[in-house]
Design a binder for this molecule. Structure first.
Ligand code: URA
Length: 216
């Protein structure tokens, strides 16, 4: 089955899954969209008002900033794949609950396996936490991590959420700077792989910690 058919099947399964949380408060499922062969997979948080209305991810103000920032690095929205860790709008746009993230995770995992992107860009703390738990986005945004994930290594670049960038000028600046690194990150590590130089603590055994690659 080709990727498009696999994604269609996955979407149909989600639509039929009556056990998924939030579905009864939401207008509709907001599945991922974009190029199934994308090198960049952008993973946001959850649909907001406009996404819930239109059934498409990142089509409100945050989405417009995402589109514009992609264009600034020569990418169109249709070049990449854009998705969310939660697929029904939480009431009043509240933060997703741990059990909600857990319920959607098997579907997100399958989507990532189908797309098989070169780089996973997490937008905001909830999608960052899926790959790099117990970290602060203000500390690690824009860095490149190799993460052990489902018996393989994936490359993850945590970034601020575009909605946070809309709220604060300094965050917007960092968000744009981080995006500018993406084309170079795609070319691969420029330096030798090295362990994180992070001194934020958390014990000396970091065998389960993501490995930080070169800073660009
Ligand atoms: N914020 C998100 O995290 N996802 C969307 O789709 C829209 C806004």
């Amino acid at each position: 089955m080709d990727k498009t058919s696999q994604l269609q099947k996955l979407k149909a399964e989600m639509e039929a899954d009556q056990g998924l949380p939030l579905r009864h408060q939401a207008t509709q499922l907001v599945f991922g969209e974009g190029n199934p062969d994308a090198q960049f997979y952008f993973l946001g948080e959850a649909p907001g008002y406009w996404e819930d209305q239109k059934g498409r991810p990142f089509v409100g103000q945050a989405g417009q900033l995402l589109d514009k920032t992609l264009e600034e690095i020569g990418l169109k929205r249709s070049d990449v794949y854009i998705s969310n860790v939660v697929r029904f709008r939480p009431p009043g746009n509240r933060d997703p609950l741990p059990e909600e993230l857990e319920a959607f995770a098997p579907y997100i995992n399958r989507e990532i396996e189908i797309i098989d992107p070169k780089i996973i860009v997490t937008l905001g703390r909830f999608s960052m936490g899926k790959f790099i738990p117990d970290q602060k986005i203000s500390r690690i945004h824009g860095r490149v991590f190799q993460v052990e994930w489902k018996d393989k290594k994936v490359t993850v670049v945590p970034m601020y959420h575009p909605a946070a960038a809309l709220r604060a000028g300094e965050v917007l600046k960092q968000f744009q700077e981080d995006f500018k690194k993406l084309p170079k990150i795609l070319q691969g590590p420029q330096e030798e792989e090295k362990k994180s130089d992070d001194s934020s603590g958390g014990g000396s055994d970091n065998s389960n910690q993501p490995t930080q690659l070169s800073l660009i």
